[in-house]
Design a binder for this molecule. Structure first.
Ligand code: ZN
Ligand code: ZN
Length: 412
């Protein structure tokens, strides 16, 4: 029987060795909340054991963030301090790796003026452009791992006492990232990567022109795929060949929708947690790639704001396939955290597309990427559309219709 401590240690090693895969002599930036200091220190230790040159922890605090959004002077939200921009950009340009440990209360910013959040997002998008471009194009290794916190655990398990809820959430996290405490997680992830690759190869072989989604929830939606799109999954490599796993867990196989060729009605299957707000029952009507109607039964205003951040925010940037039978989906737990919930179900994202999902796009200019159908935005928001009865048909450019999903799972 392995202890909780064994599992934490294995998880920290997994994030450092498989997540960012820190190399000898490389710098690592760890972003963590102050109340998660013990786990952050485990990651620092694992990184030095792996030969890191230096490890810097960028501490955050939910309580301070909330006080800032509620009380700070209004102009604070129009720009990011220059030293913050330099901190991230300098490390990225020096080829550091970035490990983000997330544990925030999903409702931490509940009740905060959505205008302040939106302006902050815009400022960050504008000023952090260079840093974000390096991350989004996989020029530097990065990874995100989630940690259980009392506030998050209470949201996931409202009926359990706090300590039990936290323990239960940790167990769900360990299950999702294939950590048992026996030290085999690194090997399990190698096998998992091979399984993902199997679907990638079949999908890339068909080179579909478009996918048609339909289910009883009311989705009847066609997603045009970019010409030369590439299905990707699991790990990625930097141009220097450093293999890393951006998201842990990850169950998705994803590619680029054509920003101008999405059409119909798409309904979210799970609530979306955005800036501390839970948005329920999302329903989008889409014409020629653009979201023309955005409805929700709760927090519709937050949803509206998030598709108005810039011109590309109301168009799609990602289409991802996840079997309904995945370890996370089978846990039948709503995590209120996109990192987990997006790996429980098929999803789409509005906003920025990943350039590596189209052939040659890494070397294209911004205009060329837009012309290829890749969406451009400072935002990227995933929302879940997969249900137990979801069907997806793939249409090839010579008119063949191939079943891709039946009853929520891959048909091949
Ligand atoms: Zn995704
Ligand atoms: Zn995404």
């Amino acid at each position: 029987m392995y202890t909780f401590e064994d599992k934490l240690k294995e998880y920290a090693e997994l994030l450092v060795r498989v997540g960012v895969n820190v190399q000898k002599g490389q710098d690592l930036v760890v972003t963590a909340q102050v109340d998660q200091a013990p786990f952050a220190r485990m990651c620092v230790k694992a990184a030095y054991e792996a030969g890191a040159r230096s490890v810097v922890v960028d501490w955050g605090d939910d309580a301070v963030s909330r006080m800032t959004f509620l009380n700070a002077a209004d102009d604070v939200f129009d720009s990011i301090p220059e030293y913050r921009v330099r901190f991230n950009t300098d490390f990225a340009e020096k080829n550091a790796c970035f490990l983000r440990l997330v544990s925030s209360d999903p409702e931490n910013l509940k009740g905060v003026d959505p205008g302040r959040l939106e302006r902050m997002h815009r400022a960050s998008g504008r000023q952090m452009k260079r840093y974000r471009a390096l991350l989004m194009s996989s020029a530097v290794p990065w990874s995100i791992g989630a940690l259980a916190s009392p506030s998050w655990a209470k949201l996931v398990f409202p009926d359990l006492p706090e300590a039990e809820a936290v323990a239960a959430l940790w167990e769900r996290i360990f299950m999702a990232v294939r950590v048992t405490g026996d030290g085999t997680a690194v090997e399990k992830w190698r096998q998992h990567q091979e399984n993902l690759q199997h679907h990638v190869e079949i999908l890339n072989g068909y080179a579909f022109d478009r996918l048609h989604y339909y289910n009883a929830l009311g989705s009847d939606f066609t997603v045009g795929l970019c010409k030369g799109h590439i299905w990707c999954a699991g790990g990625e490599s930097t141009p220097k060949g450093q293999f890393f796993m951006p998201n842990m867990p990850t169950e998705e196989v994803f590619t680029a929708p054509d920003r101008n060729r999405c059409e119909g009605v798409i309904c979210a299957a799970l609530p979306l947690c955005k800036d501390g707000n839970v948005i329920e029952n999302i329903r989008f009507v889409v014409k020629q790639g653009k979201i023309v109607e955005a409805a929700a039964s709760q927090n519709e205003e937050v949803l509206q704001k998030s598709i108005e951040v810039d011109e590309g925010a109301c168009r799609f940037g990602e289409v991802a396939l996840v079997p309904y039978d995945s370890p996370i989906s089978n846990a039948k737990t709503l995590f209120y955290n996109t990192l987990f919930d997006e790996n429980a179900a098929c999803h789409l994202a509005f906003g920025e597309a990943y350039p590596m999902t189209v052939q040659g796009a890494m070397d294209m200019s911004e205009e060329e990427r837009l012309a290829a159908g890749l969406n451009k935005s400072i935002t990227h928001v995933d929302f879940m559309v997969g249900t137990a009865d979801l069907s997806i048909d793939g249409y090839t450019s010579d008119g063949r219709c191939i079943p891709v999903f039946r009853n929520g799972n891959f048909a091949f």
